[in-house]
Design a protein around this ligand. Structure first.
Ligand code: EPU
Length: 421
């Protein structure tokens, strides 16, 4: 069983590069199914979720090769329209394949993603939106059997009850080659949705309004392929900033885009950190004070609000801040599972429903902890870096889903962290 051993209380200092965004590369890879010809996706992070996505593409008959951070997909051999249960279970966000498979093959069979470590993961918005485009969907004993009835999907005006990232992506994938115009009203505005639209438009799709609440898609008959560079991972960026802040360090992150985290940067400033970056620059430097100050309140919201994925990493740094910080999680039902693990390191946190109140302590102390989910795992790494003594972190499969060799990046910044297999 792999584990991380962290010796805390070493200030991070130095420079490291941010990888491509997990939540962008996954839908972009699903979208390569729609292209005629070979797409070359660069700046792909090395993640188990990317490997799971490649397995799905291969299962469907696509040729997939990986060299360094470049993943090349050729869908010419596409010969199936199903995703087996074990691949669906490996990565619940594989539901985003539904729109692409149905649009490309006229049918799709996959299993219901079910719940996950963040609580229930309903897909009602995905299904009702795709039905509006004419996809017939039958739900039968945990499987979804979908068909277009031999026709192209038809564009429609679709209003999402919530600006769901996955439902917006599924609709985009289903509508780019549909007949006529699709309007996605109350669409997700996340940068990863914009990145997917950038890829699709470079392949010849006609999408306008990406990044706004209404996206319009004029269906085209076919898409070409293209070369696409995945945008930087804003949550990985926040994770490194929080790690530097929690240790009182100074780090420079390169290959990132500070404008993607403009709702998070004020929290670091409130905590007493200095942030330096130049307009249009892809570098961001954080200089932390010896002791962080509290962050009055963090309210997670859809983009451009404070991202739910940044909640746990930022909470970890407030565990050692002076004073009380308050978090309100509005996106997922069960996103405080890291709290009990942080408590093992000596953090003082009370959770009441959607609210978590963190009473900062002067010092945490090393202990044995277990990753509860991806971002919760990152929070434990950050807390361990700020803890006196040694911490052992297990269940690294969560971390490896979404961080490209986090321990190597942190070690480059001077952290005492090693992986034991
Ligand atoms: N929701 C529904 N019905 C639906 C879809 C969503 O009720 O049909 C609810 C969800 O239960 C949740 C809220 O709407 O309460 C938002 O869910 P959304 O669909 O926006 O999230 P997602 O597409 O499942 C993506 C990211 C998550 C990130 C969220 C929110 C990917 C692969 N995943 O999930 O990333 O937290 O958007 O920004 O893009 C992570 O990286 O750690 C992660 C969990």
């Amino acid at each position: 069983m792999s584990r991380l051993i962290v010796e805390g209380l070493h200030k991070l200092d130095g420079e490291t590069a941010i990888h491509g965004a997990k939540n962008s590369v996954l839908p972009v890879l699903a979208a390569t199914l729609l292209a005629e010809g070979e797409s070359e996706i660069t700046n792909c992070p090395r993640l188990s979720d990317v490997r799971a996505t490649a397995s799905i593409l291969r299962h469907l008959g696509c040729e997939v090769s990986t060299e360094g951070d470049v993943v090349t997909v050729n869908p010419a051999g596409l010969c199936r329209s199903d995703i087996p249960d074990h691949l669906m279970r490996e990565m619940r966000s594989s539901i985003v394949f539904l729109g692409a498979i149905a649009a490309r093959t006229g049918e799709a069979q996959l299993s219901f993603p079910g719940g996950c470590e963040l609580g229930p993961r309903p897909i009602n918005l995905h299904l009702s939106a795709l039905r509006r485009l004419g996809l017939e969907i039958e739900e039968e004993r945990g499987r979804l059997n979908c068909r277009t009835g031999g026709r192209r999907l038809r564009g429609a005006a679709v209003t999402l009850e919530q600006p769901s990232v996955g439902a917006t992506e599924n609709l985009l994938l289903a509508s780019v080659t549909a007949e006529g115009t699709t309007s996605i009203i109350n669409a997700a505005r996340e940068p990863e949705v914009v990145d997917l639209c950038r890829y699709l438009n470079a392949c010849g799709a006609q999408i306008t309004g990406a990044g706004e609440s209404t996206i319009t898609v004029e269906g085209v008959e076919r898409l070409n392929s293209c070369r696409h560079r995945v945008l930087p991972d804003r949550i990985e960026t926040v994770t490194y900033l929080a790690a530097a802040a929690a240790t009182g360090g100074r780090v420079t992150l390169t290959h990132t885009d500070p404008t993607l985290i403009s709702s998070v940067l004020p929290a670091f400033e409130e905590a007493g950190c200095r942030l330096d970056w130049a307009e249009n620059s892809r570098r961001l430097t954080l200089t932390a004070p010896d002791r962080l100050k509290r962050i009055t309140s963090v309210l997670t919201m859809p983009y451009p609000g404070f991202p739910t994925d940044a909640q746990a990493p930022v909470m970890a740094m407030t565990c050692v801040a002076e004073g009380t910080s308050v978090f309100i999680e509005t996106i997922f039902d069960s996103r405080y599972r890291h709290v009990d693990e942080l408590a093992r390191l000596g953090a003082h946190i009370k959770v009441e429903g959607r609210v978590a109140v963190v009473e900062g302590v002067p010092e945490l102390s090393g202990a044995q902890v277990e990753c509860t989910d991806l971002r919760g795992g990152a929070a434990l790494v950050i807390a361990a870096l700020a803890a006196d003594g040694e911490t052992e972190i297990t269940a690294l499969r969560h971390l490896d889903r979404g961080y490209d060799r986090l321990e190597e990046g942190l070690a480059r910044l001077g952290a005492r962290i090693r992986r034991m297999d």
